[in-house]
Design a protein around this ligand. Structure first.
Ligand code: SF4
Ligand code: SF4
Length: 435
């Protein structure tokens, strides 16, 4: 790997360095970031006593009262639902049973069953709070009528209960007909389009069932969304990268030309090899450098992972839960069974609820913060990472709560890079104390 990130730790302080960049110190508990001198950086791992070392120790011992612990994820605030479990594409790495079906190809969710179930779930949300519904599949736009009916009823319930509702649609982008785009605009939907890079890559990885490429259709659809962007919540692109799709740099250049709001470089959930993970990290470092060169913080924060860390640092909010699985988030399959995560759909042992039940007994297993459940207590990055993805951990180690070291190495490096860029962004706005 060519990331060349130096990471030194002394108690609550982590020193981060990279060739050609000013070193940065990070307070693990307080989420504070400050520029370090070279002398302070070497004092972090130097056993001898010095003035600068004493200053670092005193910084380490300060615990800021303004840092908030993670209260956001305790109550149900978001639901994803599979309106269908079939798909018109045949993506090479599809984790949903290889064909979007999760092993159970259901063409249409029962809207009649779903609406009372939504009412049952929305009953748990206090007035004045917000709630997010994400339509997934299979390909959700194969059944737009269900999206329309479910969204309309959910909106009625939310209005009665004074809940602020928002909608997200995750689609492969091949079915963005004029009438579907009208529907998405009616919902002011936040759009996530799956696209793995330029046509020569995406056509290989995301062919239609007949084997033809899907990219032209997707690009056409994205243009329609862009032309009506003011009527939508946001438009972003998510691609899957790993051994089959290693070139993040070409993908970044391509995504940047499409006029969307954001991009997400998702690591292939099923990939377990350390060298692939390192290559991915290295490429994402290069993408971040390109973005910074292009338009500093603005371009860097178009990349979802960096925006996420910047938000946590700005809000001084510790992230103790990588995701809300089983806490703030539930997943509904097209048979109206409830799960804690999209990737466990179809596993009968993982069902935590049905049409009119939600097992508090089963959800108890998810009650504690993920940093605690996943034993992340000694990791310097824990309050920005939040304990990682249980699905990725389980795929590698056989247990949701035993961490995948590749995930951790990747995450700590990306957090380190985000911290270096965060300091650069903020030091341009204000004078900071330099140790
Ligand atoms: S990087 Fe790994 S050990 Fe650290 S918080 Fe994340 S999952 Fe836990
Ligand atoms: S466990 Fe992983 S895949 Fe499942 S909801 Fe959480 S982040 Fe997503």
């Amino acid at each position: 790997m060519d990331t060349n990130l130096g990471i030194q730790q002394m108690e609550n302080i982590v020193g981060l360095s990279r060739p050609g960049e000013a070193p940065v110190g990070f307070h693990i508990q307080n989420l504070e970031v400050a520029r370090l001198s070279e002398e302070a950086l070497s004092a972090l791992h130097n056993p001898s006593d010095s003035d600068v070392k004493r200053q670092l120790k005193s910084w380490s011992q300060e615990i800021s009262p303004s840092v908030k612990s993670d209260q956001l994820r305790k109550n149900l605030r978001s639901l994803s639902l599979n309106v269908t479990q079939i798909c018109n594409l045949h993506c090479k790495y599809c984790a949903a049973g290889g064909d979007g079906s999760y092993g159970d190809p259901i063409k249409k969710i029962s809207v009649e069953k779903t609406i009372p179930q939504l009412r049952f779930l929305l009953e748990k949300v206090p007035a004045g709070e917000s709630f997010k519904i994400t339509f997934l599949g299979g390909e959700p736009l194969l059944y737009p009528e269900a999206i329309d009916m479910i969204a309309e009823s959910a909106q009625e319930i939310a209005t009665q209960k004074q809940i602020r509702l928002s909608f997200t649609v995750v689609t492969n982008g091949t079915l963005l007909t004029d009438s579907n785009v009208d529907l998405l605009c009616k919902l002011k939907a936040h759009m996530t389009i799956s696209l793995d890079g330029p046509a020569e890559v995406n056509d290989q990885l995301r062919p239609t069932k007949s084997g033809r490429g899907s990219t032209d259709l997707v690009l056409n659809g994205i243009q329609k969304l862009i032309s009506r962007k003011s009527e939508l919540g946001s438009v972003g692109i998510s691609g899957v990268f790993g051994a089959r799709n290693p070139d993040l740099i070409s993908a970044y250049k391509f995504y940047s030309s499409l006029g969307v709001d954001w991009f997400d470089f998702t690591y292939d959930h099923l990939e377990t090899r350390a060298e692939v993970s390192r290559d991915f990290t290295d490429q994402l470092f290069q993408v971040a450098d390109l973005a910074w060169k292009k338009d500093k913080e603005k371009a860097l924060r178009q990349i979802k992972v960096f925006d996420h860390y910047f938000q946590l640092l700005d809000s001084q909010q510790r992230n103790e839960n990588y995701c809300g699985a089983g806490k703030s988030f539930l997943m509904m399959d097209a048979r109206n069974n409830l799960y804690t995560c999209p990737w466990v759909v179809g596993r009968s042992k993982e069902v935590v609820g049905t049409q009119d039940t939600l097992s508090s007994e089963k959800l108890k297993a998810y009650e504690k913060p993920l940093v605690e459940l996943n034993n992340c207590g000694s990791c310097w990055a824990r309050y920005l990472c939040g304990g990682g993805c249980m699905y990725i951990h389980e795929n590698k180690t056989g247990s949701k709560h035993r961490v995948d070291e590749n995930f951790c190495e990747r995450t700590r490096n990306l957090i380190g890079l985000a911290l270096l860029y965060y300091e650069k962004s903020r030091s341009q706005l204000e004078e900071r104390q330099t140790l």
